[in-house]
Design a protein around this ligand. Structure first.
Ligand SMILES: [Ca+2]
Length: 620
């Protein structure tokens, strides 16, 4: 459904946007079988929700009655084969149904608290970390469902979030790097919150949910958050300590003087971390949490609509700036460091990068190893930042309780990708390996039967969209490429997907926003490092080396099965050709992916390549 269509819909008028290119529409596949399955789930005995479920069933019956059990209920008003009058009539019918549905659902559909965390790897108490202090996420997991094998579709912010928020994979969104806006590529695709708006939800976000620039104001969100908190100053800039502000400014001036325009794209970011004895609201995540809480109070005051409240945390993305009390939760000497700091034996030379994102920070060596002390300090900062975010999430969930809606609110927590903290010798995201593609994911719903369980089922971030639709009684848009994991909420051990899929364009040359370094950036201190990376690739790939191919077109496509990780390095222009290089890791014997065994297992590689070719459709 197009942007205009939704705007018109919200005015209660007739949609007229019928451009043939509007292929991402809200076609609803609501079959009788799905309805019966939903009925069955709603009929499950739960405590304290019987009345709501009766309401829910009544409203569903009403809708299905009027639909007349059409096997496919098409609300694609952009079809060109119908005349305008027909479309208008159908839309008017839909509007009536939507109003009926919204009225009938007014009190019973669950709210959604949608929590995004930037660059968080699954190193939390609930994931078995012996040191991470994350009591609020641990408590949520102990009463919800924790996913041990959840994977992002691309290990960098914008492509990962674009995929999750649209329910479509990077190959479909076409969004592979950070320097293009989602709506430039997909002007009409219906995002998750946009779909909830159409279903009668109030949707609103605070912080980083979409990537910066993709926020989709006025389309995905039905209202603005509360603008300010009386008596609390909005944080300005990343640093609170005057010394760090001074370092940032002077670095920036020095870099711009030395490298010109190239320096403006992140070459001088100030220190990588900060410990300051300040209030939680002195940094943006604490401040935004208070905005979200104030917004929540307004949402709860509006008893006509259920809400979809999204809160996006910027930490533990660099820079790791957190109030001192969260640093004080740790003794740095106790922090376990990465056990495997070598690249995988026999792995792809293009599989790992030179840690550019971290090296742009002042105080970080521009080449060579970081050293033990600095490595420990950095992981200490990452964990302090994680605990700070965890504490804010505790405040947010506490606010749900204070508002009396905790039991009526689905809570889902996800991170957009993992992070190498020295693992495989690199620092950063942007690889195709387990460390960067595996993410924390947990969900709590009012009605789930299995509480406090963990599941090893393979799930993907692209699954969140259909899952929330199903939980909220929303129809599934046709374009979705994930699978609702609602059945796992009641039976976490059942057979599930056979594979999860991710991809990343040549990490060694494209860590930076998943883009090739510009010629100007190569003139900076990036240059010598990238030269070494290229030498490494040329040494391994021999005659296959070609700058344009490796910089612009080579992509690693990775597939995680219950036992293996396969990485296929392919030329995107010739996807039917044999891969240039193959990696295979056996998680049963090598959970840290230390040794590429592709050459030892040609038959297995053939089988897994065939499975990869069959794609996500065959894995569900
Ligand atoms: Ca991120």
């Amino acid at each position: 459904m197009s942007v205009d269509c939704v705007r018109v819909w919200r005015r209660g008028d007739i949609a007229t946007n019928d451009a043939p290119e509007n292929k991402a529409t809200t076609r609803v596949d609501w079959t009788k079988a799905q309805y019966i399955a939903k009925e069955k789930r709603n009929g499950l005995p739960t405590v304290g929700h019987e009345m709501k479920q009766r309401w829910h069933r009544t409203s569903l019956r009403l809708i299905s009655l009027v639909r007349g059990w059409h096997p496919v209920w098409d609300v694609n008003f952009g079809t060109t084969t119908e005349n305008r009058g027909m479309r208008n009539m159908r839309f008017a019918t839909l509007m009536a149904l939507t109003c009926l549905s919204v009225l009938a659902h007014a009190d019973d559909r669950p709210n959604v608290l949608f929590i995004a965390i930037d660059d968080l790897r699954p190193e939390l108490g609930c994931y078995g970390s012996p040191i991470a202090v994350t009591p609020n996420l641990d408590a949520l997991a102990s009463d919800g469902l924790l996913f041990n094998r959840a994977y992002c579709q691309q290990a960098i912010c914008r492509p990962s979030r674009a995929s999750l928020m649209t329910g479509a994979r990077p190959e479909t969104t076409g969004l592979f790097h950070n320097y293009v806006a989602l709506r430039e590529l997909q002007p009409d695709i219906v995002t998750l919150p946009q779909h909830f708006v159409a279903g009668g939800y109030e949707t609103v976000y605070c912080g980083k949910v979409f990537h910066q620039g993709d926020t989709d104001e006025g389309v995905s969100w039905s209202r603005e958050p509360v603008e300010a908190i009386r008596g609390v100053q909005k944080p300005s800039g990343p640093f609170r300590l005057a010394e760090n502000q001074r370092i940032r400014n002077s670095d920036r001036h020095a870099m711009i003087a030395k490298y010109g325009e190239a320096a403006k794209r992140g070459l001088a970011s100030g220190p990588a971390y900060e410990k300051a004895d300040v209030a939680d609201t002195a940094y943006v995540d604490g401040y935004n949490t208070q905005l979200a809480i104030a917004t929540l109070k307004e949402l709860v005051g509006n008893d006509r609509k259920p809400f979809f409240l999204a809160m996006g945390y910027k930490l533990p993305h660099l820079n790791w700036c957190a109030p001192a009390k969260y640093w004080d939760l740790y003794d740095p000497a106790d922090i376990p460091m990465a056990e495997v700091t070598d690249a995988p034996r026999g792995g792809a030379a293009m599989g790992l990068h030179a840690s550019f994102e971290l090296r742009t920070r002042s105080g970080i060596p521009k080449s060579g190893p970081l050293g033990a002390d600095l490595s420990r300090k950095l992981k200490y900062a990452y964990l302090a930042s994680t605990s700070y975010v965890d504490a804010q999430i505790g405040k947010l969930i506490g606010a749900l309780e204070d508002a009396g809606v905790r039991d009526d609110t689905i809570i889902v927590v996800w991170s957009d990708h993992g992070w190498h903290l020295g693992d495989m010798g690199v620092w950063g995201k942007a690889t195709n390996y387990e460390i960067a593609t595996r993410v924390p994911l947990m969900i709590w719903t009012p009605d789930m039967k299995s509480r406090g369980a963990q599941t090893d089922a393979l799930v993907e971030l692209v699954d969140i969209y259909p899952t929330l639709c199903e939980l909220a009684g929303q129809p599934l848009p046709e374009h979705l490429e994930g699978l609702s994991f609602v059945p796992l909420l009641n039976d976490p051990d059942q057979p599930w997907k056979t594979a999860a899929f991710s991809q990343y364009p040549n990490p060694a040359l494209r860590e930076w926003a998943a883009n090739p370094l510009s010629p100007a950036m190569r003139e900076t201190w990036f240059g010598p490092l990238i030269g070494k990376v290229e030498e490494r690739i040329q040494s391994q790939q021999g005659e296959a080396w070609d700058r344009e191919l490796f910089e612009q077109h080579l992509t690693g496509f990775t597939m995680r099965t219950a036992r293996y990780r396969l990485v296929l390095w392919k030329d995107r222009r010739n996807m039917d050709d044999e891969p240039l290089f193959v990696e295979l890791y056996d998680h049963e014997n090598d959970s840290s992916e230390t040794k590429n065994i592709a050459d030892e297992q040609p038959e297995l590689v053939r089988e897994l390549i065939a499975q990869h070719s069959a794609g996500w459709e065959a894995a569900r």
